[in-house]
Design a protein. Structure first.
Length: 356
């Protein structure tokens, strides 16, 4: 195999993961990103990074489900592989202990609706991954929630990771494997074998990939940004082992535990490309969902409120497609972490097959 020089515009989750897998396959990679590598205002840095193929099926389709299933096989292997490539990097928080789904007594119909929808859409081979729970079973799974919910669901096999740690680990491994990374350099033109940045930098490549998320709108007219907001808190008074989804007639929110007593509460979903700060309304919704899960969250310290745009295509499915000689990896929408390994794997294969 002849090593190729691959240029990637955009170093979010998609760009970084693709760059890493291409370097591992023996190629050379140049990355250009309009932001610094530790900027917090991208979808990848804002996400809750829950890996929820089952829960997400209620709001997605069979394509996302299949990508999610493949990714759930790849995630543990890729977390280990990244550590093997960069043993000095701090370990990445990754858990696969399922998801708990609950609803307060007045919102039981929301939980019932979610359960029926899931049972209707879920292929029968996966039916055993959805387990109904009564109050004692909830208490056994999450002792902190004992006595708070009469029933719920356990979605087996679902997972989560720390997106901040994963993105930082990718950053470290890309340096270690020799990626050339231009930070703070917006790309204005992408051609099959050329990338041109606003500052005049031109990079000649063998293959060009556009991974700019919502920044690719000029190249992909069917792309839109979907605003999402999350709240991050620190709370020593509650311990959760796994993400908890709270069903509610107006909004469905989740609380995902992170290392060091941190919790991510998310996420709003608004058909808006507003990139402004989190609104008071969203802050109250996120905060009340958290407080209603357990009153000890009343003493939680607010660490961060963040908003970002999820890049979505018309059919809400992630895609790798080629336009005028340029590859695009985009449309990761609300399933970026869930689907990225499968999507990146398929693009690496397509690029490899394209070799002369
Ligand atoms: C609130 C919220 C919660 C989420 N929760 C989850 C979850 O629990 N599970 C899950 O699976 N997914 C979740 N997601 C979705 C996931 O975060 C996204 O699908 C994924 O991060 C998209 O990655 P990306 O690399 O395509 O885009 P981005 O993260 O947007 O990265 C794009 C990169 O391109 C760069 N760029 C933009 N324009 C240019 C330009 N002109 N030139 C050069 N560089 C450019 C940007 O600086 C950025 O670094 C969530 C998203 C949000 C917003």
């Amino acid at each position: 195999m002849k090593p190729l020089h691959i240029g990637i515009a955009g170093a979010g989750l998609a760009g970084r993961m693709l760059a890493w897998r291409l370097l591992r396959a023996g190629h050379r990679v140049t990355l250009l990103d309009s932001r610094r590598r530790d900027a917090l205002d991208t979808a990848s840095m804002t996400a809750a990074a829950m890996l929820s193929p089952l829960a997400e099926l209620a709001v997605s389709d069979a394509v996302v489900f299949a990508m999610g299933q493949r990714s759930m096989q790849l995630w543990p292997q890729w977390v280990d592989a990244l550590h093997a490539d960069h043993p000095d990097a701090p370990p990445v928080y990754y858990r696969q202990q399922g998801t708990l789904v609950v609803a307060h007594a007045p919102d039981q119909s929301s939980l019932q609706h979610f359960t029926r929808l899931l049972q209707h859409k879920l292929p029968s081979a996966f039916a055993t991954q959805v387990q109904k729970l009564d109050a004692p079973a909830i208490a056994q799974l999450e002792p902190a929630l004992a006595g708070r919910f009469a029933n719920g669901l356990h979605l087996l096999g679902e997972g989560q990771l720390s997106n901040e740690q994963w993105m930082a680990a990718l950053s470290g491994v890309l340096d270690r494997l020799g990626a050339v990374w231009h930070e703070g350099v917006p790309v204005e033109l992408l051609e099959a074998q050329r990338m041109v940045a606003r500052n005049g930098l031109e990079v000649a490549v063998d293959i060009c990939v556009d991974a700019r998320g919502v920044g690719s709108k000029s190249a992909l007219p069917q792309l839109r940004g979907v605003r999402g907001e999350v709240l991050r808190v620190e709370c020593k008074g509650v311990q959760l082992q796994r993400p908890v989804r709270l069903m509610h007639p107006r909004y469905q929110l989740y609380v995902a535990p992170r290392p060091d007593h941190a919790f991510v509460v998310g996420a709003t979903e608004l058909e808006s490309e507003d990139t402004g700060p989190v609104t008071l309304r969203s802050m109250l919704e996120l905060g009340s969902a958290l407080y209603s899960l357990h009153p000890a969250f009343g003493e939680a310290r607010v660490e961060r409120l963040s908003a970002a745009l999820r890049p979505a295509l018309d059919n809400d499915q992630p895609a790798c497609l080629q336009r005028e000689g340029v590859w695009h990896i985009n449309g990761l929408y609300r399933h970026g972490y869930l689907c990225a390994p499968a999507l990146v794997e398929s693009l690496v294969q397509k690029i490899t097959e394209q070799q002369p």
